[in-house]
Design a protein around this ligand. Structure first.
Ligand code: MV4
Length: 497
């Protein structure tokens, strides 16, 4: 089928660069688009050609479908990769791209439309034996009927908007007295936000873990999964730490969830890269929540444990090639962890912090990958999401990966803006995270902003932390001489982030 010789990347930042690197390795020429705020951006310099598509606000640049397609045609590009965010899950864009005779690197517009409606998605996957949270999978409007269902499921319940997703348009109802009021609000909010007031009800899983499966389909009906990623460390539905594989899945459960994920993709006649999001309950049950019809931010952890380049796969599949492997050819190698390095201040409610990257030096070494889109001296634009970089590590075991992440965080030097680096170190050192014993409430349960403040040198806290470090890293039982040795303590203190 159609070979792609020139690719337009309709995105910016780290993902635009990451997509172009793979294209370049495949001998595909690259076209960048950029807003006036990104004139000097790395993706613009990396591309073979670059075109300005408008002023800084996304709505006047990276979201302009017509303008982007016009650039694609003018530059002679054969295909468009949307990255994540922006137009990546816009089925009208996918449709328009193909109508103009270009290749959209992603699923069909029909698959996107189906999965964009949470209710349609639930109905479709239910027919393929995919487990759903107890509740409804059709829209519910009658309050008395809804109340009866909620009572049967048992409180607390969640009311979700069909047109929502990613945490948007959800309401928890604690008891029957609140139900009517909350349902009316949910409907009016959904109508205002999405122009679609359809809502449905689910049992509220109190301490879920977020476990998602990477799937890949080709245009010949083959679908495989590339194992799971666990993304339970989130704040306000923004993921901060992701890892693969999950610390809780047994091989048996992985196989069961993997099969459910493949079935969910088949229910949507899905091709290209997609993610099936499940919640995993304390009792070992799991439920389909939604499907994301794009390449995700956290895809590098899957690349590290499978050895595959997901962008190259996406491009081959868009060209019409068959998947180059079967499920039984795939295996998990080691453990990978990703930290989203965002220009945010974890000590101040994770508020976005804008400014100039005064110092910016990346960590290096075996098993350390940094996907970023900025360099020292660059200003962080206010118009886009605050992701500066993804720090991704790979090691033989989860424990070694956590240790490598701590070292990489300590070797990452950023000044000029506050970042989530110190928060990442807090997570990597936390006993609950280290034990794999956590859920989506990790941050609210364990994190207080004061915990990131550096204890004054020589204080009780800093000595206790240093002692804990020394004890943790020595094999023999501690002796007085070892525990009081000052050499590792001073080195450790010097390197604190
Ligand atoms: C839930 C849930 C508990 N019970 N559904 C949030 C994002 C969206 N994909 C669905 N979400 C949730 N749905 C039921 N029936 C809890 C969440 C949820 C959550 C899920 C995954 C990761 C982080 C989360 C944080 C808060 C709530």
């Amino acid at each position: 089928m159609a070979k792609i010789k020139k690719l337009l990347v309709a995105n910016r930042g780290e993902i635009a660069l990451r997509v172009m690197r793979s294209a370049k390795e495949m001998g595909i020429r690259t076209v960048a688009v950029f807003s006036e705020a990104d004139r000097n951006a790395m993706h613009v310099r990396f591309a073979d050609e670059a075109y300005c598509i408008g002023p800084p606000p996304s709505s006047e640049s990276y979201l302009r479908m017509g303008k982007i397609i016009e650039v694609a045609k003018r530059s002679g590009a054969h295909a468009i990769h949307p990255g994540y965010g922006f137009l990546s899950e816009n089925e009208d864009f996918a449709e328009l791209v193909e109508k103009e005779g270009l290749i959209f690197i992603g699923p069909s517009a029909d698959s996107m439309r189906l999965m964009g409606s949470k209710l349609a998605a639930k109905e479709a996957v239910a027919k393929f034996d995919v487990p759903l949270v107890p509740g409804t999978s059709t829209p519910i409007t009658d309050i008395a009927e809804a109340k009866a269902i909620a009572k049967k499921i048992g409180y607390p319940v969640l009311i979700k908007a069909s047109a929502g997703g990613g945490g948007k348009g959800m309401r928890v109802v604690e008891n029957e007295n609140d139900f009517e009021n909350q349902m009316e609000r949910a409907i009016s909010e959904a109508t205002a936000a999405f122009g679609d007031g359809s809502v449905f009800i689910e049992k509220y899983v109190l301490k879920p873990r977020h476990i998602e499966f990477q799937i890949f389909g080709d245009k010949h009906g083959n679908v495989v999964h590339l194992f799971e990623r666990e993304c339970s460390i989130q704040r306000r539905h923004q993921k901060v730490v992701e890892e693969a594989p999950s610390a809780v899945l047994t091989p048996e459960l992985r196989q069961k969830m993997g099969e459910a994920a493949v079935n969910a993709a088949k229910a949507a006649n899905y091709y290209n890269a997609g993610t099936i999001e499940f919640i995993y309950d304390e009792d070992g049950s799991f439920y389909f929540l939604e499907m994301n019809t794009r390449l995700q931010v956290e895809h590098p952890v899957t690349e590290l444990i499978t050895g595959l380049d997901l962008v190259k796969l996406q491009i081959r599949i868009a060209e019409g090639e068959e998947l180059p492997f079967r499920q039984q050819d795939l295996a998990i190698h080691g453990h990978a962890i990703e930290l989203r390095v965002c220009a945010e201040d974890p000590a101040n409610s994770f508020l976005p912090d804008i400014g100039t990257l005064q110092t910016y030096t990346r960590p290096q070494g075996h098993g350390v990958r940094v996907d970023d889109g900025y360099e020292e001296g660059m200003k962080i634009p206010v118009h886009y999401d605050p992701l500066l970089a993804k720090l991704v590590v790979h090691a033989q075991t989860r424990s070694l990966a956590m240790d490598k992440m701590i070292r990489a965080i300590e070797d990452y030097h950023i000044s000029g803006v506050e970042t989530t680096l110190g928060f990442g170190k807090f997570v990597m050192q936390h006993p609950a995270f280290r034990a794999g014993n956590f859920n989506t409430r990790f941050i609210e349960n364990y994190f207080k902003p004061e915990m990131l403040k550096e204890p004054p040198a020589g204080s009780e806290e800093s000595l206790a932390a240093a002692l804990a470090f020394v004890l943790h890293h020595q094999q023999k039982p501690p002796t007085a001489a070892r525990a009081t040795s000052t050499a590792p303590i001073s080195k450790w203190r010097k390197n604190r982030v």
